[in-house]
Design a protein. Structure first.
Length: 750
């Protein structure tokens, strides 16, 4: 029997490609289908609003084949961020073709105005032909090109419908003109036939106008990403062997020393080596107030230096910086498809063929009920024009881009569209206590020695904890530092998961940890039992230190720690409760201490899950979900990651000093870039508002087609009116989505 281990399947690699030429939901479906046919593609998602595709593949070297597939499908492969990076010199950029179309159409539409006043301003057929033909075949060439590619791919799109409809109107006008009888030969004035050149030309121009307005709106939805990209300085002041020299940021390496002058942006992430300053980190946290920084403080690339000249040591460059992570999270969210988009995709797959059938049925229905072919064709053209699925393709991505963009502005990073869509249904929010609802920097508030002096007990505890980064260990060390005690280096230190620390100090084997651990070890706690109970009832976290001896484990001291609620934590919990959302606090503290903190936060004892080991948090979240609840978990550290992943929506609270934030961010669907608990309510609010916009957009997109197609088929809409309505539908969807840019967290928390 073979013992060979099968080769591990390589994890998929993500490739982003910009796509030019897409106009509607059918285009999206066609590009996705073309990409998925390429061997080696795991999945492909195309976004109409960002004009980009995200493809998961197992071979990073197949980008050229993917680009060829896009081109073969009739679209233009572009740089991944082409739509985002495009900066127009003027808000009127791209209006040229639209302006020409409007100028050529004006003389054609003028007779309609004359009819209102009883004037006959109809142009001769030859002049109508001269004005309409350039609009049809020069300005409208894009529709023919894209429609032709759609036909080759045996599919349809908006361009095909526009091309077919307007060409039919233009061709009918040519036929009526060329076959009109010459009355002048019989001594009668030559009557101009009624032509439809103006209808076809106006429809083409209105569609171009709608696409131009749509493009302007798209640029506003990508403003958040462009703003983040603009935070990256191009150069850095490097301290080299020849003194201070300016170098491109791309050449900066980890470990380099960088000078940042007052008012400049930090080019990379680093640690402050020299100087003191105030830093504007609003781009990172959404908090407008500057933050004081001293030697040893963490500095984030993109934030703005205040009044001091400082020197920093580089600790992250390129894609590893916090700013790059933020950009990547926002881009991922805006490129992703929300689950609700599946309905749109299903409709888009059959939409154009169904419309073509309806148009044909309209043509035959009117013709065989005794109407002229001319009338039948005009009604069929109206069906083709009004049915363009532009609004359908923009409804969801436009709202997601606007919602995630404005959320990022206020320090709420939404990682994926699914988290955005689910968050508004949350009815239970579970908070990790330490560092999330509390400051997370406990102080040593009481020390009860047994057989030792106070200073002796504190020195031993500090020595044992000197290598630990645990918040309680830092509190012990700070207390020893305040008393200027000498701290001995420990040996053989081991962390006992969920219980405490053990090690040797000066020949003594010491253990410091929870009272539960002491009980498991058989430590006699009777001498301090009453004091421990009093401290716990007061809300303190109580630990004990003991010594391992030949005859057992002997108690040396009792230590009590207290934390403080974060500013705004009580208000945040009250806001959630006012919205009918249950709030739960998960804590590793004993029940007395946990309930005491809960009381300060305005929580009921029933909403406290106490004495929960780090590894059991995920199980507690699963238990909350088991009752049919939609659960959001809010946490800030490595040990919260399993619970964040287990929740319906995970919210990671970023820690400016690191400490597990990256792990939590990867596990969570939403990251709160500052530790303000009020952001939880704000995140749920922007989710609700964004999903509401998606539903509004989809309703109007579907309702527009559901009402417009029958009206056109029944002869109530002319091709010109249908073209105007079609253009208006796309613009209205984009405008409705852009209303999200007016959102602020304060509105959500009132």
């Amino acid at each position: 029997m073979s013992t060979e281990t099968p080769a591990a399947t390589p994890s998929p690699t993500t490739i982003d490609i910009g796509i030019g030429g897409m106009t509607c939901a059918s285009c999206v479906m066609r590009v996705e289908k073309a990409l998925k046919k390429v061997p080696g593609v795991d999945s492909a998602t195309v976004n109409l609003a960002t004009e980009s595709a995200r493809i998961a593949v197992h071979d990073a070297g197949m980008e050229a084949r993917l680009r060829r597939a896009v081109r073969d499908a009739g679209y233009e492969p572009l740089a991944p961020s082409a739509a985002i990076d495009a900066v127009d010199a003027s808000p009127w950029a791209g209006f040229g073709p639209v302006g020409i179309g409007l100028a050529l159409c004006a003389p054609l539409v003028l007779p309609m105005v004359g009819d209102l006043f009883g004037k006959d301003w109809m142009l001769p057929a030859f002049w109508q032909f001269l004005l309409a033909t350039p609009v049809q075949f020069v300005l409208g060439a894009r529709f023919y090109k894209a429609g032709w590619h759609a036909l080759l791919a045996r599919s349809g799109n908006m361009d095909l419908l526009v091309a077919l409809g307007t060409t039919a109107g233009w061709a009918l006008s040519m036929w009526l003109w060329l076959t009109a009888p010459d009355h002048s030969a019989h001594g009668m004035p030559n009557m101009e036939p009624h032509l439809y050149f103006e209808g076809s030309a106006v429809v083409v121009t209105l569609v171009l106008l709608g696409k131009w307005l749509e493009a302007r709106a798209k640029r506003q939805t990508t403003a958040a990403i462009r703003a983040l990209h603009s935070l990256r300085p191009d150069t850095a002041h490097l301290m080299g062997r020849d003194g201070e020299v300016d170098v491109p940021v791309a050449e900066v390496l980890v470990g380099d020393k960088i000078v940042v002058k007052p008012g400049e942006r930090f080019p990379v992430d680093g640690t402050l080596l020299e100087g003191r300053t105030q830093v504007d980190e609003s781009m990172l946290t959404g908090e407008p107030l500057p933050v004081a920084k001293d030697v040893g403080a963490k500095l984030t690339g993109g934030s703005i230096n205040g009044e001091g000249r400082v020197v920093l040591e580089v600790r992250a460059v390129g894609v590893d910086t916090v700013l790059s992570s933020i950009i990547r999270l926002v881009e991922d969210a805006q490129a992703a498809k929300a689950p609700i988009q599946r309905l749109v995709d299903q409709v888009s797959a059959v939409f154009v063929p169904v419309v073509l059938v309806i148009a044909l049925a309209t043509l035959l229905g009117w013709y065989f009920t005794g109407h002229s072919f001319e009338v039948a064709l005009i009604h069929a053209v109206a069906v083709l024009v009004i049915a363009c699925p532009c609004a359908l393709g923009l409804a969801t991505p436009a709202a997601i881009m606007a919602g995630t963009g404005v959320a990022a502005k206020f320090g709420i990073l939404i990682k994926d569209a699914q988290a955005l869509e689910v968050a508004h249904t949350v009815n239970v929010v579970a908070f990790d206590k330490t560092g999330t609802l509390t400051v997370g920097q406990p102080r040593l508030t009481a020390l009860v020695p047994v057989g030792l002096t106070n200073d002796e007990a504190l020195a031993l505890a500090a020595a044992l904890q000197s290598g630990s980064e645990h918040p309680l260990a830092r509190a012990v060390l700070q207390a020893a530092k305040d008393k200027a005690l000498t701290v001995t280096a420990p040996t053989d230190v081991q962390a006992v998961a969920g219980r405490g620390t053990q090690g040797k100090v000066g020949g003594q084997t010491l253990l410091l940890g929870s009272l539960r651990w002491m009980a498991e070890l058989g430590v006699d706690m009777a001498p301090v039992a009453a004091q421990a109970a009093d401290l716990q009832m007061g809300g303190a976290t109580v630990s004990a230190m003991a010594e391992q001896q030949s005859g057992g484990v002997k108690l040396l001291a009792l230590l009590a720690f207290a934390d403080e609620p974060k500013p705004g934590a009580r208000e945040a919990l009250a806001t959630l409760k006012a919205r009918g959302i249950q709030t739960v606090m998960i804590s590793g503290d004993n029940r007395g201490a946990a309930e005491a903190m809960a009381k300060r936060l305005g929580l009921d004892a029933n909403d406290v899950l106490a004495e929960v080991l780090p590894g059991d948090k995920a199980a507690k979240v699963a238990a909350l979900k088991a009752g049919g609840k939609v659960v959001a978990m809010v946490g800030d550290g490595v040990n919260d990651a399993p619970a964040l992943a287990a929740a319906d929506v995970g919210m990671a609270v970023a820690n400016p000093n690191g400490g597990g934030t990256d792990v939590a961010m990867h596990a969570a669907g939403i990251t709160l870039m500052r530790g303000d608990p009020l952001l939880v309510a704000a995140a749920l609010d922007i989710s609700r508002r964004t999903v509401s916009k998606i539903r509004q957009n989809l309703f109007w997109a579907f309702a527009y087609n559901a009402a417009g197609i029958p009206l056109a088929a029944l002869g109530y809409l002319s091709p010109v009116v249908a073209g105007a309505a079609m253009a208006l539908s796309s613009v209205s969807v984009m405008t409705n989505a852009l209303l999200l840019k007016r959102w602020t967290p304060e509105q959500g928390d009132k």
